[in-house]
Each structure stands twice: as C-alpha cells, then as structure tokens.
Design a protein around this ligand. Structure first.
Ligand code: ADP
Length: 363
C-alpha cells in the first residue's frame, strides 16, 4: 500500500519545466489522496491556462505510476489562489537573493548583446532586429529589450502591439511570429505615437525594470537595442546589465565613425568587449542593371574596426524592401545575406558562453 509521503516524494522529482523547480517545492501539489491502489493528486498550476499543463500532468502521472505498476492514478489540475502564488513568489525571490545570478531573478540568460550606434538613424534598431531574427532562424531562444526609451521602434518593426501581461513571475513579454520575446516602452503606452519625455532617472528605472521585472525565462541571447550615442541611458545599460558584447553600427557618412569610436572607448572603460562593427547603408543596387553604388563614398569602417582591434562584421546595402517591411511590422519576412557574418559571430559567442546559472542551482 502506497502512502501520501511516498507520493509526495515521487512528485518532488517532477519539475516545472519553465521554473526548473520541483512542483512540490513550488507548492503546486495541493492535495494527495491515497486509497488502496488508487492515488489522486491535485496540482495547482501557476496560471489557469498554463501552456505546460499537459506536460506537468503527464510527468506527475509517470512519477506516481513508477511507484507501483498496479496503481490507478488520477491527476486533477486547478490553478493557484492569490495567496498560493504570493507564497511561491516569496520563496522564489528569497532563493534568487541568495544566488549569484546577475539577473537577480528567475531568468537564465546566456548572453546579452548590446547594439549601439554613435547617432540615431543609422539603422541600429533594424540591425538589432535582423540579428535577433538571424539567431532565431538558427533555433536560438532570443529576446529583444528595447532600451531606446525615447525612440522605441522594436515593436513597430515586428508588428507587435500586444501589451505585456502580468503573471506571478513578473511581466510576461509578448512574442513575435517567429517566437522572439520583446519588451519595449511602446508596449506600455496607450498610443504608440505618444512621446516619452522622461528625464534620466526615469529612463534608467524603466531599463532596470525591463531587466529585473520581466520574466524572460531561458534565453540564449538577449539583444539590447541601445539608446543612440553615449547618453546616460546607454551607460545605465552597460553598468546595470551583464553585457557580454557590443555590436557597433555605423554608416559611411557617419563622420568617419567618430561617435562610434567614442562609444567603443566607453565600452572599453566599462570593460565590455566589442563584438565588432557593422557598416549599414554601405551601398545601393541599381534595380535595372544590378550595379552596386556607394552613395556616400566608400566608408572606412573596416580600417576603423581594425584600429579598434575588433571584427568588421560586414556591409549592409540600402534595400527599400527592408524599410517597407519594417514600416509594415513585417521585418521577420525579410531575408538578406548581408547579415550573415554578424549573425555567425554572435552565434559562435553564444555557443562558447558558459551555461547561465539559475537561482539555487549552483553547488
Ligand atoms: P536607428 O535605430 O539607428 O535610429 P532605424 O533602424 O530605426 O535606425 O532605421 C532608421 C530608418 O532607416 C528606418 O526607416 C529603417 O527602415 C531605415 N533603414 C535602416 N537601414 C536600412 C537599409 N539598410 N536599407 C533601407 N532602409 C534602412
């Protein structure tokens, strides 16, 4: 005869796949009834329509059935009460405070790549979006944090208008069609054309919140679309987020990349490695004869990258199709080999990066 204690012990091996904690530890096992060869387990899910409900139920069933082949197992699913959720949140928060996780929360983010430019309008957001898309197409789990608070364009490029939802675990970022998680101040505004006229500290707060209070979950890469230039907001990101590397975006007419060099020096002071430099809007292709034109003269980005002792990540041509798709929120439909080197180098960084630690997992 199986008793409740044995059932609970078996269930303590069942993990919530997203939170990586046992369902017993999370307080999800609400009731266990045993009667002769029958076992009924009631599991309270964190949210009613938890997408992992079937998997959790099946894992729980298998764990209990493994106790005795002759058992008749019933798994009933319900959802947590506010009090239960509160308790779970407190347990998780207490555990994450004890951890050495840079995020200080429940996220496990392997690499953080900041995309920066010297000034606005050189295509920084477009490059950030295309990098996210390139990595996602290779199967990476990707998020994009739009830290360009006063000029946010990530939701528009991806055609996402869904407001982030609140869950017991934090703010849930909406996902694009390809499954890229995104967070931007624009998703919080009632009208996306509304201007954000915040001052420095509020901007810094918003950026910190996007890092600390958003449930990104498990990501291979979080791409941060940086505010242009070397503003306070850019410094906030570099100081407060564990940035793995910086991608600099420039254009041939960008004053020989003077501002980019400034950004590179700032990164050096803060001890953040450069991934490399991308030159956007390098050329245009004649739609009739296919000839490449360098409209702004030949940029010297490659030489600049060498001087900065970093990679030259390629030239990206001016392509009206990319601008049109971006304007229509359909950037994910765009394909262009100009982004291949950039994507490849970042993908290699991700492969080499150590697996991130999750609160309570070390030791
Ligand atoms: P930033 O983030 O540097 O301010 P954006 O990525 O928002 O710049 O780009 C500014 C504008 O230029 C957008 O309308 C975008 O579609 C367009 N754009 C950027 N790069 C290209 C390109 N290579 N070809 C065509 N249009 C581009």
């Amino acid at each position: 005869m199986i008793d409740e204690e044995q059932v609970v012990e078996a269930l303590s091996q069942v993990m919530d796949p997203e939170l990586r904690r046992s369902i017993v530890e999370l307080g999800m096992v609400r009731e266990v009834d045993t009667e002769a060869q029958r076992v009924k387990v009631t599991i309270a899910l964190t949210v009613p329509n938890c997408p992992l409900r079937d998997q959790i139920a099946q894992d729980a069933r298998e764990a209990v059935e493994a106790l005795d082949a002759g058992l008749e197992v019933e798994i009933a699913l319900t959802s947590m009460t506010e009090d239960e959720r509160d308790r779970m949140r407190k347990t998780l928060q207490a555990q994450s405070r004890q951890s050495t996780l840079p995020a200080g929360n429940l996220n496990r983010i392997k690499t953080v790549i900041a995309v920066m430019s010297g000034k606005g309008g050189v295509g920084k957001s477009t490059v950030a979006a295309m990098l996210a898309i390139g990595l996602r197409r290779q199967g990476h789990r990707v998020g994009v944090l739009d830290s360009d608070i006063t000029g946010p364009s990530i939701p528009k490029l991806f055609g996402v208008q869904t407001a982030p939802s609140m869950s017991p675990l934090g703010i849930m970022p909406p996902q694009t069609s390809l499954g890229i998680k995104i967070m931007s101040i624009n998703l919080m505004l009632e009208d996306e054309d509304q201007a954000v006229i915040w001052r420095g500290p509020m901007i810094a707060n918003a950026i910190n919140q996007f890092w600390n209070d958003v449930f990104w979950g498990d990501l291979d890469t979080l791409i941060v679309d940086m505010p242009p230039g070397t503003s306070d907001a850019a410094i906030t990101v570099m100081q407060n987020l564990p940035v793995t590397g910086i991608v600099l975006v420039t254009s041939p007419q960008d004053l020989a990349g003077m501002v980019v060099r400034k950004a590179a020096h700032m990164a050096e002071h803060l001890d953040i490695p450069l991934v490399g430099v991308v030159e956007n809007m390098s050329y245009a292709v004649c739609p009739h004869c296919g000839e490449h034109y360098t409209l702004f003269g030949k940029g010297d980005t490659r030489t600049m990258a060498e001087a900065l002792n970093t990679h030259f990540l390629g030239e990206i041509g001016i392509d009206p199709q990319m601008a049109t798709l971006g304007d229509h929120g359909a950037i994910e439909a765009y394909k262009n080999d100009d982004f291949a080197d950039l994507t490849q180098i970042v993908a290699e960084m991700v492969t080499k990066a150590p697996a991130p630690q999750f609160a309570g997992e070390q030791g």
